[in-house]
Design a protein around this ligand. Structure first.
Ligand SMILES: Nc1nc2c(ncn2[C@@H]2O[C@H](COP(=O)(O)OP(=O)(O)OP(=O)(O)O)[C@@H](O)[C@H]2O)c(=O)[nH]1
Ligand SMILES: [Mg+2]
Length: 287
């Protein structure tokens, strides 16, 4: 990662603009490259939240425990890779007791606006989904549905369990039915994912979907934190495309500022697509 090389290329592509304008644009692009995404992870205790985080992201994220209900309040974990940061909010389990669920509802309402994405884990053999359903409709509601990515976890525990090293056809059939059931119950915006950490199954597809449903400014900073095998071509392509788009939006925003003289506005519009393609080309220097 050599960000100064990337910055130099972008600066050169803006050199035809008045200096204060190009500085303004570069400053906003700089903010984009330092965007710190926040991902929430929720699900009942023991669903596998900490295990999934550890599998998805490089470096140790969250202590995994075999003791019931170890995550009581939102624990924030900051991941760092070079100068890039990301935060994971490990949210406490929903559906443990009625009293606590009220507290949790308040907590979620407070957290949701700040989250770029919520990973909602449902264990493959969990059949008691009434509380999840209620919570999804009452607390998440229409406003935040697009931020939720459902993940069926611990697929190796789907019926009929064998303890083997791969999923049986019967298990896959049951998992498929579970995916359909979740689509009926929750009508999620994003497709339901399914993983097994023990078998290392489904993680690539899940990571790609996660990158796809993140806001544009968040996909690259999350991609850099993924563990190496999950940084697939599809992940990198989406992140690069998103970065290009966000740089385009920066130019659009600056061009529409009232302070900008009309001839300068015309130049910004004229160079926009070139600058976007430079941004895409130097993406590797930033992420
Ligand atoms: N067989 C199997 N076990 C898993 C899988 N993922 C997690 N586990 C186990 O399930 C248990 C609970 O996992 P955690 O990751 O601690 O679950 P959690 O959701 O973070 O739990 P709390 O922090 O208590 O809310 C641990 O013993 C994990 O090793 C999986 O894919 N397959
Ligand atoms: Mg945990």
């Amino acid at each position: 990662m050599n960000t100064s090389e990337g910055q130099q290329s972008l600066q050169n592509s803006l050199s035809g603009l008045p200096q204060w304008v190009s500085e303004r644009i570069l400053q906003q692009i700089n903010q984009l490259t330092h965007y710190e995404p926040v991902i929430g992870i929720m699900g009942k205790t023991g669903a596998g939240k900490s295990s999934l985080c550890n599998a998805l992201f490089a470096g140790e994220v969250s202590p995994v425990s075999d003791i019931a209900a170890c995550t009581r309040e939102p624990l924030r974990f900051r991941l760092q890779l070079g100068k890039r940061y990301m935060t994971i909010v490990d949210l406490p389990g929903v559906g443990e007791s009625g009293v606590r669920d009220n507290e949790y509802a308040a907590l979620y309402r407070q957290q949701l606006p700040r989250l770029d994405l919520v990973l909602w884990l449902i264990k493959a053999d969990d059949r008691a989904l009434a509380v999840d359903e209620l919570f999804y409709h009452q607390v998440i509601g229409e406003a935040y549905r697009h931020k939720v990515l459902f993940v069926i976890s611990q697929l190796d525990k789907a019926e009929p369990t064998s303890g083997g090293e791969s999923l049986s056809t019967k298990q896959k059939q049951n998992i498929s039915q579970k995916i359909c059931l979740l689509h009926e119950l929750f009508q999620p915006v994003n497709p339901v994912c399914a993983v097994s950490i023990r078998l290392q199954w489904g993680l690539r597809v899940m990571a790609e979907r996660m990158i796809r449903c993140l806001p544009r400014e968040a996909s690259s900073p999350v991609a850099v934190q993924l563990s190496a095998p999950l940084r697939t071509d599809a992940v990198n392509k989406k992140a690069r495309d998103d970065f290009g788009e966000t740089v385009g939006s920066v130019l659009d925003t600056v061009s529409s500022m009232p302070l900008i003289p009309a001839p300068v506005r015309t130049i910004i519009q004229a160079v926009r697509d070139i600058v976007v393609s430079v941004a895409r080309a130097v993406w590797n220097f930033f992420f």
